[in-house]
Design a protein around this ligand. Structure first.
Ligand code: 0O2
Length: 243
């Protein structure tokens, strides 16, 4: 027998026969709250993206070069949010989402050089409306599989009609080489139909080391080619690095 495909009004009717009115209203209210919260995260993500674009523009004017190669933003999918909360045995409601998930709004910044990552981080953290909640330096301390990036959890205000609301945004900063490795690793590791062997993991780790070597050599070249920029900012890495 062919499965019947329900249209929206049939679903509504069926719901009314199966679930009481109060429960339907409760579900609608809850989904409305989640949609509103997601739009707040979107606004916070846009704020951070704008701040980064402003810094990039300023550096472009001052030094005739861009520390940012590209910026990607994403809101965590509702399914990933649900999975993450389920995994932690937490209920799916807006309060729990806000308190326990730091990466609903995500900004990924692909930088030209490794030192640009620390320079941009320093410039962002100097801004008085940004609070740093957490920093994970997987560049100074790469993950055992070779993953490198600088992760920040920031709190930033958005200004709504009803007033100010602080929102959390996860910012991942990486070089082009780090992004290349992480994107390919992600594709390879999540291929469902092939087993990921120990040898494959070792090969990936080797590739991560090559990408690290590439970044170090590129930074060295950059210091020779653009000394003015380096003289102004010095070795930012040494000031901000997380041991
Ligand atoms: P997506 O789709 O990118 O959002 P937490 O997020 O705090 O609960 P954890 O592991 O402490 O968990 O966070 P961490 O270490 O800051 O890393 C989270 C994110 O970093 C991941 O998000 C990835 O984007 C990226 N990441 C971390 N480790 C790796 C890695 O080994 N390979 C790759 N390619 N990316 C990594 P999500 O939620 O996994 O996915």
């Amino acid at each position: 027998m062919d499965e019947h495909k329900w249209n929206e009004s049939e679903i509504k009717q069926k719901m009314q026969t199966l679930v009481d009115k109060e429960s339907i209203q409760w579900m609608q209210e809850r989904s409305q709250k989640i949609i509103t919260l997601m739009s707040y995260y979107k606004c916070a993500m846009m704020e951070v993206e704008t701040k980064l674009n402003v810094l990039n523009e300023e550096f472009s004017l001052q030094y005739d070069r861009n520390p940012i190669s590209s910026i990607k933003t994403r809101l965590k999918s509702f399914q990933s949010i649900r999975n993450k909360l389920e995994h932690q045995n937490l209920p799916l409601d807006v309060g729990t989402m806000e308190r326990n998930l730091n990466d609903i709004a995500g900004v990924r910044v692909i930088c030209s050089f490794r030192e640009d990552i620390y320079l941009l981080t320093e410039c962002l953290l100097q801004q008085d409306d940004i609070t740093l909640l957490e920093i994970k330096d997987y560049i100074a301390n790469p993950k055992p599989n070779g993953y490198r990036s600088l992760h920040l959890i920031l709190e930033i205000p958005i200004f709504l009609q009803a007033g100010k609301r602080n929102m959390k945004v996860e910012v991942q900063l990486r070089t082009i080489a780090m992004d290349c490795w992480a994107s390919l690793e992600h594709q390879l590791r999540y291929k469902k139909d092939t087993e990921f062997t120990e040898e494959m993991a070792e090969e990936l780790l080797e590739c991560a080391k090559i990408s690290e070597e590439l970044d170090i050599r590129m930074d060295h070249l950059r210091r020779q080619v653009i000394p003015k920029y380096h003289d102004d900012y010095g070795l930012v890495t040494e000031r901000i690095i997380v041991k």
